[in-house]
Design a protein around this ligand. Sequence first.
Ligand code: GDP
Ligand code: MG
Length: 195
Amino acid sequence: YGDASQKIDYVFKVVLIGDSAVGKSQILSRFARNEFSLDSKATIGVEFQTRTLVIQHKSVKAQIWDTAGQERRTELSTATNLSLLMIVNRYRAVTSAYYRGAMGAMLVYDITKRQTFDHIPRWLEELRAHADKNIVIILIGNKTDLEDQRAVPTEDAKEFAQKEELFFLETSALGATNVEEAFMTVLSEIFNIVN
Ligand code: GDP
Ligand code: MG
């Protein structure tokens, strides 16, 4: 987990986005505290968590933002409502504050819920409308521990990621699979860009 007592060379802001219940908060919790809770409701009040790590002998503080304040919109998770709320959100200060200064984005869907993958282009659109154009983006298919319930073939996501020039990994926050790798992919790429 690196040495938090040393001086910080860089702070990288990374945002988590995607439909409700895909596992964003658990992915963050796994990365920041190496914890997972099966019954996770309360992200409320916490806007971001940090973890300091070392990349190429430099101390990097990763500041990971979770969508605690924006969860309400996806509770009405029909496609239509989601679209409408995204349009409304586009004019809300909260959306731009969330994306402001973000150098990385993790676009998360649930491999067992096809709809959460089908919504990815919309999240990408919102991201591209609000974030810096050089933002590093990784597409994440979470919940690989539920392989028997898989509804999104790995190939579909890989193909989409290639077309959109996104990094791509499948993770399990529950099984602690690839979570570290996903963050390291984004943080290393940001590191390379700023150096
Ligand atoms: P968020 O709304 O995107 O922040 O999703 P949460 O992190 O709150 O997770 C939603 C639900 O999915 C919770 O019940 C989690 O315990 C569960 N969950 C999250 N990640 C995983 C995972 O990797 N595997 C499994 N099986 N469940 C997960
Ligand atoms: Mg959450």
